[in-house]
Each structure stands twice: as structure tokens, then as C-alpha cells.
Design a protein around this ligand. Structure first.
Ligand SMILES: Nc1ncnc2c1ncn2[C@@H]1O[C@H](COP(=O)(O)OP(=O)(O)OP(=O)(O)O)[C@@H](O)[C@H]1O
Ligand SMILES: [Mg+2]
Length: 457
């Protein structure tokens, strides 16, 4: 009998064939979704309308990862959400199987290879890199040493014109009260090595724009991280008559999407110098504000865009004196909902609603510029749906459902991206150790006595 360790159990998971190694699970239980490369067997399971990611991994790691992901979730850090660990698995012969860690499938998320496969403009690469830098800084702020910073361990979600990065692999992560500079530097060193390798790999596969160079890219990531870290945590000193600089610092942090929960402010006895240092900063300034006002859960930049639209709406409808919460409610019913309702159900797998709303606003702006008139929101929505949304690839798509385009290759096994493509002429690379083609190992190898004897001679 398998055991389920879970704080939010889903009983529909219990009847699944836990006595089988994940690799041999029947297709009916699985769903083929884009996935990054991994050492462990990872599959997506579908029960009812929910999709979960399942990873077969040794017990200590499964439990460790479950606990770390739970903590990250509690601390509102962008990471996949843990659901359960299934232990005590045995196959039909009674041979023990590794536990399975189950996480909620992160909807509308894109592994970096899927993004790069579609061709990525240099500016987009910068955005991906920025998202990764913000994630790393957020982890470090809460005292999380990741230990395995890499593109394969991140999932990207669209966030207005930017991306938001989510941590997907917490096997090596550790939580501490705070991180030392050495621990942060260690994560940066791991990032440097892994990201360099991944960018070189993309370059070799001709998926990296030729204007980009892996080494410069990695250096820019490290530099951006250092700048962000300095802005989030660095001390600033100024003269006593420049108190507006306190407010400026807070505004700059807000603009970066952070809230100041604690600011350490010291003044010299005569008040001639002031020193400020943010002590606790929390990410998600705009997301939290939007959630409080409207109940909408959106990524940071999507939220920023919606709050701006709400401010414009307030001004355009002369509601400056009205209570903010009342205006937010009106904006929701008069602006946001009509856009969402206009999207036909079959197109709802393309983008999440917050992203659609952002793209409609962009579309309306361009159309208004082109036609020199104020285009109404609903008119722009219909234009966007027909001109843009219909032709976009389905980001909630499954790999088995994709209609192959002329230039699109289908995976050999849609449930296992590492199996290569169906029509690949070249055979898959073979592991010479596994196929027995490697020359037999010298039996004296590791014969320490023989080595010592030879060294004596
Ligand atoms: N909850 C999830 N939602 C969406 N995708 C997921 C989820 N969990 C895992 N994946 C996909 O599966 C891939 C592999 O997962 P993960 O990195 O945890 O495996 P791993 O074998 O531990 O990796 P590594 O080789 O780095 O140790 C991820 O890159 C991601 O694309
Ligand atoms: Mg991984």
C-alpha cells in the first residue's frame, strides 16, 4: 500500500497505478505537456480537470523538496506548488520503487527550450534573464540558497511585456534565517557555470540569436543581480536637508515591484546626515495591491498595467473623489470583465486572462495611434481576438494535440521529451557504457597494492 504525505490531499490520485515505475505508466493517466530536461523521470498526470507533475526521486530528496517547496509557498515565493509525496511503493514482485513527488502543474508556464525553439529576439532574452535575476534575488532575500541555479530549473510565465520566473527544482535548496555573502556568491558561481553551459548549448543548436554571446550574457546576469541586490539592501547616506531621498528610495523599490516592510533610518545627533537601509523588502508590490482591490491574482507587471488602467479609468470617468475600492469594483465590471467575457471558450488556452487584458490594451493603443481616434475597449478586444489571439500558439496545449506545422517536428514520445523527435533520421545518441561497446576495464584498475608496488620501483 503506498503512503501519501500531503497537506492538501487529492483523493483522485489514490487509485493511480503506483505499483508501476513512472516510466511505464499507461498513456491514459498521462498528459503530454512541454517540459524541460531533467535527470529524473518526470511525467504529467491528469485527474479530472487537474494536472500534476510527478517526479520519481529517492526518499530523502523527495521529502526535502516537498518541505522546501511548502516553505517557499508559505513565503509567497514563485515556485511550483507541492501537493504530495507518495512513498512505500512496491512493484508486483515486491521490489521497492522510489517515491514520487507531486506538484501542481504550473499553468501557462513555458520551459526555456520551448521559448527558444520558437525563436527568441535578443530583447526577449534580456527579459528572460531579468526574470531569472529577480527570482534569484527574491530567494536570497528570504534566506534561500538554491544550489542549482539553471534555466532548466526555472519555468517562465508571461507577465505583461516581461516574464516571471518560477523555481521548479528545489532538490538542493536550503532555507536559512539569512544568507551570508559567501552563500550568495556560491549561488552566483553555480549560475555562471550552468547558464554558460545552457547558452552554449542553445548556440550550438542555432537557437541563440547570433548577436548574443554566452559569456557576455552570463556576465550581464551577474551584473544585473548585483545592481538589484544593492538597490534592495544597500545603505544610502545623505545630508539632513535631503529627506526627500527616503521617499525616493521607497518609490524606486516600488517601481522595481518591492515593498519596504522595514527601513533602518539613522541620523547623526545634530541631524546633519541620514543613513537609510532597507531591512525587510517584500516582492509583489503591485500584485498585492491589485489583489486587495479587485481579488484578481496576476503577475507583478500585469498587475502594474491593470492598476495603471484603473487610474486612467478613474480620471476619464471623473471619479477622482470616489473611494479607491469603489472605483476598483466599477473598473472590474465595466472594463476587465467585458474583455474576458468576449474571449471565445476555444481560445482560452492561449493566454491567461490577465495577459489577454494586457495585450488588448496594447492592441488598443496601437490601433488608436494608427487611426488617430480613441478606440473603445470592446472594439479593440474583438480586433485583438481576430487579428492576434486566433493565430497564437496554444500555451496550454498538449504535445499530442499540436497540429504539425510545415516546420514543426513532433516528439517521438510526447510524454518524454528526452526521447527526441519522431522523424529524426539520426539515431539517438547511445551510451557506450550501456550498450557494452566500451572496452573491458583493466582488472588492475584500482588495485592499490599494484600501484604502490609500481611506484616503489
Ligand atoms: N509543477 C510543474 N509544472 C510544470 N512543469 C513542471 C513541474 N514540475 C516539473 N516540471 C517540468 O519538469 C522538468 C524537470 O523537473 P525537475 O527539474 O524538478 O527534474 P530533475 O530531474 O530534478 O532536474 P535535474 O536534472 O535538474 O535534477 C522541469 O524543467 C519542468 O519543465
Ligand atoms: Mg531540474
Amino acid at each position: 500500500m503506498p503512503r501519501f504525505l500531503s497537506s492538501r490531499p487529492d483523493s483522485r490520485l489514490i487509485p493511480l497505478p503506483w505499483q508501476l515505475p513512472l516510466e511505464t505508466w499507461p498513456k491514459e493517466a498521462l498528459v503530454a505537456l512541454p517540459r524541460g530536461i531533467s535527470r529524473h523521470v518526470v511525467r504529467f498526470i491528469k485527474v479530472g480537470n487537474s494536472v500534476y507533475a510527478a517526479k520519481e526521486v529517492i526518499a530523502t530528496l523527495a521529502l526535502h523538496e516537498y518541505r522546501i517547496l511548502t516553505d517557499l509557498h508559505r513565503l509567497s515565493t514563485p515556485a511550483v506548488e507541492p501537493v504530495a509525496v507518495v512513498t512505500d511503493r512496491f512493484d508486483e514482485q515486491g521490489i521497492p520503487l522510489d517515491p514520487v513527488l507531486i506538484t501542481k502543474h504550473l499553468e501557462f508556464s513555458l520551459p526555456y527550450r520551448v521559448l527558444f525553439d520558437q525563436g527568441v529576439r535578443p530583447a526577449t532574452v534580456t527579459r528572460l534573464v531579468d526574470a531569472m535575476v529577480v527570482l534569484l534575488a527574491r530567494l536570497h532575500l528570504i534566506g534561500c540558497h538554491w544550489g542549482d541555479v539553471s534555466l532548466s530549473n526555472v519555468l517562465f510565465r508571461r507577465d505583461a511585456s516581461e516574464f516571471a520566473a518560477y523555481l521548479v527544482d528545489a532538490e538542493t535548496a536550503e532555507l536559512h534565517p539569512t544568507l551570508t555573502n559567501g552563500q550568495r556568491a556560491n549561488d552566483l558561481e553555480i549560475a555562471r557555470i550552468n547558464l554558460y553551459g545552457e547558452f552554449c548549448d542553445l548556440e550550438a543548436g542555432r537557437m541563440l540569436d547570433s548577436s548574443l554571446d554566452p559569456k557576455t550574457l552570463v556576465e550581464s546576469i551577474l551584473a544585473r543581480y548585483r545592481d538589484l541586490w544593492a538597490e534592495l539592501t544597500g545603505a544610502e547616506e545623505f545630508s539632513g536637508d535631503e529627506t526627500y531621498r527616503i521617499e525616493n528610495r521607497v518609490r524606486r523599490l516600488n517601481a522595481l515591484g518591492f515593498d519596504v516592510a522595514e527601513l533602518d533610518l539613522q541620523t547623526t545627533p545634530d541631524g546633519s546626515t541620514i543613513r537609510i537601509q532597507p531591512k525587510v523588502v517584500d516582492a509583489g508590490h503591485h500584485s498585492r495591491r491589485l489583489l486587495r482591490l479587485t481579488g484578481l491574482d496576476a503577475e507583478e507587471n500585469q498587475a502594474r498595467r491593470m492598476l495603471n488602467d484603473m487610474a486612467t479609468y478613474r480620471w476619464a470617468t471623473g471619479q477622482q473623489q470616489e473611494d479607491e475600492a469603489v472605483v476598483a469594483h466599477r473598473w472590474l465590471t465595466e472594463c476587465f470583465q467585458p474583455v474576458v467575457n468576449a474571449v471565445p471558450p476555444e481560445l482560452r488556452g492561449k493566454r491567461d486572462f490577465a495577459q489577454i487584458f494586457h495585450e488588448v490594451l496594447d492592441y488598443r493603443w496601437y490601433q488608436s495611434q494608427r487611426e488617430s481616434r480613441e478606440v473603445p475597449l470592446l472594439e479593440a478586444t474583438h480586433g485583438y481576438i481576430n487579428d492576434v489571439l486566433r493565430s497564437l500558439p496554444d500555451e496550454r496545449r498538449t504535445l499530442t494535440q499540436v497540429a504539425p506545422h510545415a516546420d514543426e517536428r513532433l516528439p517521438a514520445n510526447p510524454f518524454d521529451p528526452s526521447a527526441g523527435f519522431a522523424e529524426d533520421d539520426e539515431p539517438l545518441p547511445q551510451d557506450p557504457w550501456a550498450t557494452g561497446e566500451m572496452p573491458a576495464v583493466d582488472p588492475n584498475f584500482l588495485d592499490i597494492d599494484a600501484l604502490r608496488a609500481r611506484a616503489k620501483k
